[in-house]
Design a protein around this ligand. Sequence first.
Ligand SMILES: [Zn+2]
Length: 117
Amino acid sequence: MVEITLLHSQLVKERQRITDELADIKRARGENDQREGNPFGKREEDATEIFEFEKKLAIESQVSNNLAMIEHALKKYDAGTYGLCDNCGKPIEPARLEALPCASLCLSCKAKQKKNV
Ligand SMILES: [Zn+2]
């Protein structure tokens, strides 16, 4: 049996960690934006900087996604629907929740979703 309160405290901790991480990323990006405002940067450096910038953007969107998933799971916890699949309403497999406390779909719905994309 999965300890839902334990998963909940994991989610709260994870949300704090990710919020901090996102703030760090945004701060780092703010510094980058300022440098990009300089039109006299060397060309060969630009390519690396753009690559770094895009890499940061990709990480940022991934981190924001994670945060959204966690907040969604916490909302479900408050609503008393935590651990139930968003799609079919059946309980999500306990092992899946333990591995991924912010999971909002059961395995079979997740598999279907992947096929549709
Ligand atoms: Zn489902």
